[in-house]
Design a protein. Structure first.
Length: 417
């Protein structure tokens, strides 16, 4: 067993959990923040989604190019410290615009993480052994989309207990704790993890023109999977952004308890969704038939359909419908990186992963929460957000199925690299 390689996977997975905690904890703090800083639901959608996504996108591709050329360990360290410091500074915010700027800093720092980790894994493990550590890392991300609520809820509970003696609002203390924790973990990562030597496959890098030509020649395959997964994750991100607040408003559940309900119910199902993908790939030999990946993606997308039908029927039907939806979210989050592993030349994988993150961020983080807040305006009462989530789910399922069907057709004649 390569101890150094698996140390990287362990630390990278921990950083991935931390990054998701930084992202989702804000959805547990909507009402407390609004008690001090005037902010509409639409402004929160921009804060949680579009403002974050815009900087994540703008920083992603340039940082991915730097990852292919520089010291990836140091790039990850700098990114962790930058996003953690931004979270810490958010705890001192006195206006909506201050929050927006600090959230943008979180986005810039996090944009470096996944491209650098995927690149380092490729150099730590041989070709035939890369799939497992890559799947583990991506699985952690898929599970953390909901599992980070558990960490966030515990931090909210801790902050509620110690905020009065410290003279700080609980929501500010939550952000200060997360930011400080991130800086400490980032420093340990820089000390323990070493930069691996680049193997020959990575040294012989493709030019930007070569990468662009490959993407254009296979645009249908990449667009079908990336956009399709992006639409499903648009719904997933809307759930992450708004479901805890929906539980608070419609069912009078405390923010910390709402986070635990969402995290404890969805995280185990998300784990099942991510672990099922490698098993299905092996069982049905999908590695040699890319069109079967699209069939699996369509099946996973349809798991969100019960949410459209019963989400506004009460708390129990709402949470019951979330379970198959979370299973589908997790599966679709893993399928795009798996597709890149199977069909992309080795020298281009880092940039294709970054391209996937760009498409996914535009649709999920940038559009999803905003669509939900807009859709909620057509409903009334405490369950208006539930109506907004139903609108988002219906739109996401329809668009994702169209993309997956197109990608499946284009992939029928694709030859594995």
């Amino acid at each position: 067993m390569n101890r150094r390689a698996w140390t990287l996977v362990a630390f990278a997975s921990g950083l991935y959990v931390l990054s998701f905690t930084d992202r989702v904890v804000l959805s547990l703090l909507v009402e407390p923040i609004r008690g001090e800083i005037l902010m509409s639901d639409t402004q929160f959608s921009l804060l949680f989604g579009l403002g974050f996504a815009t900087l994540y996108i703008l920083a992603g591709l340039p940082l991915a190019t730097l990852v292919d050329r520089g010291n990836r360990r140091n790039i990850i360290f700098a990114g962790v410290v930058f996003w953690s410091a931004s979270t810490l500074l958010a705890g001192f915010s006195t206006s909506y615009w201050h929050l927006l700027v600090t959230r943008s800093g979180v986005a810039v720092g996090e944009a470096a993480l996944t491209p650098a980790v995927v690149s380092m894994i490729a150099d730590h493990f041989s070709r035939e052994k890369r799939a497992l550590p890559t799947s583990i890392y991506m699985a952690v991300g898929a599970v953390s989309g909901t599992g980070a609520f558990i960490v966030g809820a515990m931090l909210v509970a801790l902050s509620d207990a110690i905020s009065v003696p410290l003279g700080l609002s609980p929501w500010r203390l939550v952000l200060l704790l997360i930011g400080t924790l991130g800086i400490v973990i980032g420093c340990v990562f820089a000390i323990v993890v070493k930069e691996p030597a680049r193997v020959a496959e990575r040294v012989q890098q493709a030019s930007a023109r070569d990468t662009a030509r490959h993407v254009l020649d296979n645009a249908g395959v990449y667009l079908g999977m990336f956009a399709g997964a992006g639409f499903i994750l648009m719904f997933a991100q809307s759930v992450v952004a708004w479901l805890p607040t929906l539980l608070v408003r419609a069912y009078d559940i405390a923010p910390g308890r709402a986070g635990l309900i969402v995290g404890l119910s969805a995280a185990p199902v998300s784990l099942l969704g991510t672990l099922s993908v490698p098993l299905l790939l092996k069982r049905f030999d999908m590695a040699r038939a890319p069109h079967r990946l699209f069939q699996l993606a369509m099946a996973a997308a349809l798991l969100s359909l019960p949410f459209v039908l019963v989400a506004r029927s009460g708390l129990i039907p709402l949470m019951a419908a979330m379970l198959p939806a979370a299973l589908g979210f997790a599966a679709n989050a893993v399928l795009s990186p798996v597709l890149v592993q199977f069909v992309t030349p080795g020298a281009m994988r880092g940039r294709l992963v970054a391209l996937y993150l760009v498409v996914m961020s535009i649709l999920s983080v940038g559009v999803g929460p905003l669509v939900t807040s807009y859709g909620a305006q057509f409903f009334s009462g405490g369950n208006a957000l539930g109506g907004g989530l139903v609108v988002t789910a219906a739109l996401a399922i329809f668009c994702a199925l169209c993309c997956f069907l197109y990608g499946r057709k284009r992939s029928m004649s694709y030859n594995i690299m």
